[in-house]
Design a protein. Structure first.
Length: 454
């Protein structure tokens, strides 16, 4: 009987891609992939170690999987960022684990599973320098997919442990990315979200120059690809060439995910971010000048060591001034091995949590105002699911990324999913929209005209 493998993925979409690659490798080897870990004889837990909450979730998931070894589960393999950083602790403290695979060795997952099933305890944790050039994925079905164009990061932000877990920047070649996107489009994917630890550094390690504009032009030539979305664009590298490439692109949607972290210069210097608050204001103005209809998403850290109440109030004023479309917030978490973990003046946890809630509530009416500005417009919507009983379809506009942003409910549409249709926006809420399908409209299947009609 063939072994059944379940892969449990925690953390970000980059981890999801690694899991999809592992799934493809295992399936090619003859293993049967199952969704429910309770049906599996082998469990692979792909962990996240980004912040304390992610570590706790990873540990809890490992323990829950280990409980299944009382039944049919034979082997428990743990992979990912937690393994890369804490392999010795995991080996010593969690005897339930049958094998460890680091972020630089997940392409050896078959080797790890076979060794564990043979009674060994494999530990495959080397330097994170894996190449994605020749690896294929078992892609989760749907009209949208993530594509990792680079791995690792050369920045040394003082709060971030990602370089310790993922290594230095390693860009994929444009031909390999194009091949992957072509394969996704052939499976019905309409939207690809480009991801990396820092998207805008793409190509600096291999070509000694920013190659993202060239990649976008190459993706524009793929027939059937409708939308390209950019995530994690480092503000210091958002060049005029990249803005022009976005504006001229057939496929790039008017959306920019740009992590800013804070607005106070003193804290940005302590974080080793190479920009100041005034720089960011000018950059946002420039982005909106080149891409007038752009939706800008950003994330911020509250409770960084030394953040005063005045600093936090300055951040709230900054958000009021620049009116970002989408905002995420993290409470600062001291990470082992990072410079900021040793900084003085820690902010109490209760204060951090309170500030995070205040920031969310402060941003809520700003996002609602941005959504309300789209009422009456006809926008392209990627239909993702149908509720036949309610007679409503659900999808996303170009201004909303998968999973992290809102969606739009669409009345009057009963066609297939995975298509882009014109929808008139009729209602706006804090995070979501509602609208009606307008089949008589020509719609805007590409993002070139950013919106249609009025």
């Amino acid at each position: 009987m063939r072994e059944k493998v379940a892969i449990v993925t925690l953390g970000c979409e980059k981890n999801r891609i690694d899991s999809e690659i592992m799934a493809d490798l295992l399936e090619r080897r003859g293993y049967v992939l199952v969704d429910d870990v309770r049906e599996a004889t082998v469990a692979v837990v792909n962990t996240c170690g980004f912040i304390d909450l992610a570590k706790e979730e990873s540990i809890q998931t490992i323990l829950e999987a280990a409980e299944l070894k009382r039944d049919r589960l034979k082997s428990l393999i743990v992979t990912g960022c937690l393994v890369q950083r804490y392999q010795e602790v995991l080996l010593e403290e969690m005897p339930e684990i049958d094998g460890l695979v680091g972020t630089g060795d997940f392409d050896r997952i078959v080797e790890a599973v076979e060794a564990a099933l043979a009674g060994k305890r494999p530990v495959l944790v080397g330097h994170p320098a894996i190449s994605y050039e020749a690896l294929s994925r078992r892609v989760t079905p749907g009209p949208s997919a993530y594509v990792k164009i680079a791995e690792g990061c050369n920045h040394r932000c003082t709060f971030c442990a990602i370089p310790l877990m993922r290594g230095r920047l390693r860009s994929r070649s444009i031909p390999s990315i194009v091949r992957e996107v072509e394969a996704l489009v052939a499976r019905g994917v309409k939207e690809v979200s480009l991801i990396a630890q820092d998207l805008s550094s793409y190509g600096l390690d291999t070509e000694r120059r920013f190659m993202l504009p060239a990649l976008l032009r190459a993706l524009d030539r793929i027939e059937g690809l409708e939308w390209v979305r950019l995530h994690y664009v480092y503000p210091g590298a958002l060049t005029e060439a990249l803005l022009r490439a976005m504006a001229e692109s057939r496929t790039v949607v008017p959306y920019l995910d740009m992590p800013l972290q804070h607005s106070v210069d003193r804290l940005l210097r302590a974080m080793k971010r190479p920009h100041g608050g005034a720089d960011v204001r000018r950059l946002i103005e420039r982005v909106r000048a080149v891409l007038p209809d752009v939706a800008i998403r950003s994330s911020f850290i509250v409770g960084f060591p030394g953040e005063t109440e005045d600093d936090f109030e300055a951040l709230l004023r900054f958000l009021s001034d620049v009116e970002l479309d989408r905002v995420g917030v993290f409470t600062y978490s001291p990470e082992d091995g990072t410079p900021a973990a040793a900084y003085p003046d820690p902010v109490p946890d209760a204060v951090k949590e309170a500030r995070a809630l205040r920031l969310i509530e402060h941003q809520r009416p700003i996002t609602q105002k941005k959504n309300a500005a789209r009422i009456g417009r006809i926008v392209p919507v990627l239909i993702e699911r149908l509720d036949a009983e309610a007679g409503v379809a659900y999808g996303r506009t170009p201004y909303d990324a998968p999973e992290v942003d809102g969606e739009i409910s669409v009345s009057g549409y009963a066609g297939p999913t995975g298509v882009i249709v014109p929808v008139r926006v009729t209602h706006a809420f804090d995070y979501d929209l509602a609208g009606v399908y307008v089949p008589e409209a020509t719609g805007d299947r590409s993002p070139a005209d950013r919106a249609v009609g009025g």
